[in-house]
Each structure stands twice: as C-alpha cells, then as structure tokens.
Design a protein around this ligand. Structure first.
Ligand code: GLA
Length: 682
C-alpha cells in the first residue's frame, strides 16, 4: 500500500486511517487491477496471476542514508519480490529498485518488471519531459496530462537516445513553476530501452510506472535465479522545479557521478578543429595553441587508428584499435610526451562497442556482430554495426581495447567513449534461441560490466559518455562516467536550449560545453567569441577548434576567458543552479549560480532575439543570502561598454533577489556575465 508521497510528515498520527492513494506499491498482473502493472509473471505452471503480500522488511540507517527493503511474496507461488528504497535525507532523493527471485520449481518468465510504480492524487497534472534528436537534444516539452497513458520511452537499444530522455518533472495542481508548487522529478539510471508511463485513471489519480522497456524483452528466470531492475531516482519539491533540479544535482554529485566532488579540467577536443584530417604536426600545432590558451587536457578525437582499413572517414577502420602508421608514425607516446611538455594532459576518443564492416575485426570475428541471422541484410547506421555485448568474450574485447591503451600509455588521462548507433539488427549469435529476447537487456548489462571493470582499474582516468552527442545522458552511464557530451550541436544559440533542458535533471559539472568556430559548423549561425564563451562557461568549459583559426585578438580574448573560467569554475561546478528566465519565453535567458556558502555567485544573461528599443533584460536573482551585501562586477567583457548602469556597486542580497537588476541586452546573440561576491566592507 502507498499512503503518502509528498512533503515529509513528522507527526504521522492518523495517516494509516486515511484512505490509501494507491492500493498497491508494486501492482502485479492478475490480481484484479485493470491498470498499468509493475510486474507480469508467467509462473512455472503457465499461470499468470500474481498476488504479492507483505512478508517481512529490513531497515538500516547510515548517517544520511536510510535503506528499507520490503520483502513481498506471492500468495501461492514461491515468487519473492524485494522492493529496495534508499532515502537520502539531505538531498531529498529516493532511489528505488526491485529484485525478483524465482524460487519456484521451474523456470518462470517475466514480461513486465518495472523499477517502481508510484501514485499521486491531485486535481491535475502537468508533465515536463525532454525530447530531441541528433544535434537537438533535451528540448523541453510541458503538457497537461489527460486521462489515459502518456508514455516516454525508447525501443532502439544500446543508448537512452537523444529522442527521449529517461527523466521527467511532474507538477501537481497546475503548470510547473520554477519556485513554487509541488513537483516530483525522476530519472531512470539505465543506458538502454526504458519506459516511463504516466497513467491518469478514472479517479483522476496519476500513477508513474518506470523501468526498463519490456518491449521485445521477455526475460526468463531459471529456478533459483533473480532479476534486478535498474534504479529509479526520485525527488520531491514543494518549492517548484528549481528545487527538484538542485536536489538531483546535489545527489548526483555526491552519489551518482564519478568524482562529483572534483573540479573538471578545461579540454580542447580535436574533432571540429581537425575532423579526420590530421597528422602529428597538425596535432602538435593545435597543442601549442591549446597550451597558450590555458587548456588543461588535449583530447584526440576520431581518426587516429586503423591501418589495413584506415579511419580517414566514418566508413572504415572501426574495431581496429591500432595507431594509424601513416598519420602518426611515431605513435601515441610521441603525442602524449608533447602534450605533457606543454603542461597539459592527453585524452583520446574510442568507440569500442562498434565496428565498420570494412575492418580487420569484422573479417576476423563476424560472429561478434549483432545480426538478424539467417543471412538477412545487416542494416547499417553511420556505416557501422554493433558488437554483441551480451557475449562475455566481446565484453573482454571491449574492455581490452581501453585497458590495452591505458596500460601501454599510462599517461592517458581522459577517455571519450562514443557510441554512434542503435540496435536495429535484433539477433545474437551468442544467446540461445530461447533467450534472444534478453538481448536488449543483456547488452546494457554487458556494457555496465565492462565500464565497471575499467573504472575500478583506472579510478583516476576521466571518462566522457558520448553517443552521437547526447545519446547517453542518463544516471546509468553517469555512475561510470565523469561527464557527457551534451550535443554535437555546438551553436551557442542552440546550446541555450539544450543546456537549459539538460540541467533540469543533470548537473552542469557533467555537461561538456565547447567553444567552436563561427559560423557554426552545424547551423552556419555567426556568433561572437564572447557569446560562445558565455554559453559554454555555464557548463564544463572546453574548446573545439583549431587555435590557428583564431586571430590575435580572439586568441587574447580566449586566453582571458579561460583564466577567468578557472577562477569561477568552483561556483559553476559545485554551486547551485537557479533558472531565472527561460529561453523559451521572451527571447532572453538567464541563470545564476550560487556557491554553497552563498559568498559568491555568478549571473549569466543572454538575449537571443531582437527586442523592442527600450525593452531590457530584467532579472531577479535567486539563492543568495538576503542578509549579505554583495559586489556586482561584470566579467568576460569584449569591450569597455558595461551591460549594467553601474559596476562594482554594493547591493544587498535582498535587493538583488526582490527588486532585481536591469541588464542592457537588446540585440540578438548578446550576453553578459557578472560575478557577485560577498563584500566585507559592510
Ligand atoms: C560522434 C561524436 C562527435 C565526434 C564524432 C567522431 O558524432 O558525437 O563528437 O566524436 O562522433 O566520429
């Protein structure tokens, strides 16, 4: 039974007499419900009814974390279901997952196996979720739920995808507001097919059933086996969406993002600056420029491997992870030494799950490729196929690709792990005929195993999750990775929207945001270098261009901006993010970051359209200490002209938050950043 999910109640007297919100906390098929179920089992005798009853429970308290396991048992069969809840008190987050134990005499099959199913009662429900595609990830959609089921899901396998993200915010009793109202936010920690179903029923209740998408994924459990679902991460706020985001960010940085308490270095990635066209001299000249700018890690992207089938385009070489002798005759060590001589560290791109048909690996191990079998055509995506990670031998291969690189070149400090296709050729030569339907799930579990082995062996190597941009932006991959590449779209105008959506759920410290060339390669839009920096500085700043593309003045600006970012990055990466003006509303966008001790903050404001002559960007800050006095100073300027009518003025937190300030931004693609520092002159 679920009797309450909302504001924490200290005095629970009488709660048990209130009628329950939902009859079941883990509804199962065949016990009377006609609605969405969390569990559907075909038992060892072919029957399909399951009635779960309380069996026992355990509870453990460890400082901030309270763990509760509720053991349920079917009334008639030896089927045990454990509901696991991990409550993080300070962050206001609950993780829920389920384990299903088959203690029946014979095999059973699972056709639904959600992580969680929670219910709410309100007068109406507004759902915010994030959709997109390649180069347009995490677009925000906000809609009122009507009776019936709204489902956010993917069935493509391998990645959570850029099409839908496994996360949401649900506002009760009205349209979601940033700073008021009841909001439930959640995200599934799983890099594979998912389904989040929101059902509004005849009693105007809303149930969220969340977990792996059971589509084409009947799962068989032999007697004695168990199945563990991924974790559903949930938070509650009665102060609107912004608090829900901060809760998730705080939780992720502490418990679900690799090294969430460590500052991220500034990266220069070679992709948009060189693509496949480089040799050692070109890379070294990029390193010279990167070092001059103050970059900390140089990352060599795609194109460095393959000999029989050199990786000079995206149509060959994937799978052959040997250094291309023609482009880099002196090998990687020469580049690594050069990077280090310039005071930077070296990083490298890999895509070890994938294979081009034109590769030595494809010739050697055709059976390792995910394929429909019976000689059916192998459908290509970006000219490539997928390795079968359900196969432990393939897991070893994928592990070894990275392990060998890191063993041979222990100074590699950063790995960009890409994955540029889905699983359309459904079929495994490794799984038995009966267990073909395990493939979607076993693929993701296989990937998790490989990543876990690598991260245990290389605890200090930085990993970036990339999947044609933001295809793996989820808490499943973040458990193993330090950051994600939010999008291949690096146009700062587009990024205002992408980062806005992304940071609703996922923390800015993990959001790789790179300054690239103008006109932008994806959109051809022209923007100033300042605007590009001002947008990228709102996340984990990086550069992705050939430094020689900048003229002297631009190089000087870049240098200063990077020095500045080093100063403000603790506020961006460890502070709280407040959303002030949405880019979706009036052609302005504004956010502010506040350090945990509230002594320093940053205000970032953008205009992305043309405004009325006297219309100005007016913002009220959030999260400051009302009792403190702050100095407000414009930074990262590209001219002497200020965007506020004062500088270095002392203003109280109360005024900044309640009266607000005017920012003089009117033209399209203009921006301004302000550093706000507690002043002890008071
Ligand atoms: C994907 C990534 C890019 C880049 C290319 C290389 O598209 O998203 O950042 O690494 O692959 O082929």
């Amino acid at each position: 039974m679920q009797s309450h999910y909302g504001k924490s109640i200290k005095n629970t007297q009488g709660l048990e007499n209130m009628s329950v919100i939902f009859n079941e906390i883990y509804p199962s098929f065949g016990n009377g419900t006609n609605d969405e179920v969390a569990l559907m089992v075909t038992h060892d005798d072919g029957t399909m009814a399951t009635d779960l009853f309380y069996h026992s429970h355990q509870q453990k308290e460890d400082k901030n974390i309270q763990t509760t396991i509720i053991h349920l048992k079917d009334e008639k069969k030896e089927l045990y279901v454990d509901l696991h809840f991990k409550a993080y008190a300070n962050e206001n987050v609950i993780e829920q997952f389920t384990t299903i134990h088959n203690k029946e005499k014979k095999e059973i099959s699972l056709s639904q196996y959600a992580s969680s199913a929670i219910g709410f009662k309100a007068t109406n429900y507004y759902l915010s979720h994030f959709y997109g595609s390649h180069s347009k990830e995490m677009m925000l959609s906000e809609e009122r739920l009507t009776n019936g089921i709204k489902s956010i899901e993917t069935k493509r396998g391998v990645r959570t995808t850029e099409y839908e993200n496994p996360s949401f915010m649900l506002s009760l009793d009205g349209v979601a507001q940033e700073n008021s109202g009841e909001v439930i936010a959640g995200a599934l920690a799983w890099s594979g097919n998912f389904r989040l179903a929101f059902q509004v029923d005849d009693k105007a209740r809303c149930q969220i059933t969340a977990g792996i998408n059971p589509f084409a994924s009947n799962y068989y459990l032999a007697s004695g086996e168990q199945f563990e679902t991924p974790r559903m991460v949930l938070t509650y706020s009665n102060e609107g969406k912004n608090r829900a985001s901060i809760n998730l960010h705080n939780w992720a940085k502490k418990y679900n993002l690799r090294a969430g308490n460590e500052l991220r270095p500034i990266v220069l990635n070679s992709w948009e600056g060189a693509y496949f066209k480089f040799d050692a001299d070109k890379l070294k000249s990029m390193m010279d420029g990167a070092a001059e700018m103050g970059v900390e890690v140089f990352v060599l992207d795609d194109g460095w491997f393959g000999n029989k089938y050199p990786r000079n385009r995206a149509n060959a070489g994937l799978g052959d992870w040997q250094v291309n002798q023609k482009k880099l005759p002196k090998g990687l060590e020469d580049l690594i030494d050069y990077t280090e001589s310039k005071g930077m560290r070296f990083g490298i791109w890999v895509e070890p799950e994938m294979i081009n048909p034109k590769s030595e690996l494809a010739e050697k191990h055709p059976d390792w490729i995910i394929q429909r079998q019976n000689d059916r055509q192998k459908l290509l995506e970006r000219n490539q196929l997928l390795l079968d990670l359900s196969n432990p031998k393939v897991q070893d291969f994928v592990f070894n690709v990275v392990d060998n690189l890191l063993k041979k070149h222990p100074k590699i400090a950063y790995v960009k792990w890409d994955a540029n296709r889905h699983l359309q050729n459904f079929g495994s030569t490794y799984l038995s005929a009966k267990k073909q339907s395990h493939l979607f799930i076993e693929y993701t579990l296989g990937l998790e195993k490989v990543l876990e082995r690598l991260t245990i062996k290389y605890p200090s190597t930085i990993f970036q999750a990339c999947a044609s941009g933001g295809g793996r932006v989820d808490f499943g991959s973040m458990k193993h990775m330090h950051e994600f590449w939010a999008s291949d779209d690096t146009d700062p105008y587009e990024r205002l929207f992408i980062q806005w959506g992304t940071n609703h759920i996922y923390p800015p410290i993990a959001t790789a945001a790179h300054v690239t060339k103008s006109p932008n390669h994806q959109t051809k839009r022209e923007t100033s270098l300042k605007f590009r920096f001002d947008v990228a500085m709102a996340g984990r700043l990086g550069i992705e261009l050939s430094p020689d593309a900048l003229d002297k003045k631009e190089l000087e600006f870049a240098k200063k901006a990077i020095t500045l970012y080093k100063d403000i990055r603790p506020i961006v990466q460890f502070g709280d993010l407040y959303r002030l003006l949405s880019p979706y509303d009036d052609g302005f966008a504004a956010i502010n970051y506040v350090a945990k001790n509230k002594k320093s903050a940053l205000l970032m404001v953008y205009s992305h359209t043309h405004h009325r002559r006297y219309e100005r960007n007016f913002v009220k800050l959030q999260g400051l200490d009302p009792t403190l006095v702050y100095k407000v100073e414009e930074i990262n300027m590209d001219s002497k002209k200020l965007h506020i009518s004062f500088s270095n003025q002392l203003i109280s937190g109360e005024v900044l938050m309640n009266r607000g300030i005017w920012i003089n931004l009117r033209k399209p693609l203009q921006s301004a950043i302000f550093k706000i520092t507690e002043s002890n002159q008071n």
